[in-house]
Write a protein that binds this ligand. Sequence first.
Ligand SMILES: [Zn+2]
Ligand SMILES: [Zn+2]
Length: 168
Amino acid sequence: MRTEIFDLGRLRLSSGEGRRLQLEVPVDGFEFGGQRYEVRGGEVDATLDVAHTTNGYSLRLRFAAELEGPCMRCLGVADQEVSVDAREIDQPGGEELSSPYLDEDALDVQAWARDALALALPTQIVCREDCKGLCSICGENLNTAGPEHVHEREPDPRWAALRELKLD
Ligand SMILES: [Zn+2]
Ligand SMILES: [Zn+2]
């Protein structure tokens, strides 16, 4: 079931009861580190755990998002999977805790999924952990260039002048 806003009220949970739900939550693409990333299929299969506490809700949202976009080092394809496990507690009155994603019984799972994914992103999205990136001199992909890819230092102009000199 594709869900943007989920109505917790319709679960009719009484205090102490809980329910586990499977939801398809739309997640838009985003910019990160100057690159553009999309979530495969534009949505994630999420598990939502809802527990009705004495006077509120305890919520847990879990999913794995498959990101599509470039490796930040070599600009090759980096299809990285990011696991998300987020919790929210909404408990009005007394020791008040309120979730920004809950308005009455309406849970904005789309906004929650988007924010939770942003918080779970690695510092860099890469094609593989040991990606060597691009050569800083010629821009060649060092993953495929091999160890023999080296640049001669620019010859010292004084040596060039000496080579011009003919001693015979
Ligand atoms: Zn890479
Ligand atoms: Zn190079």
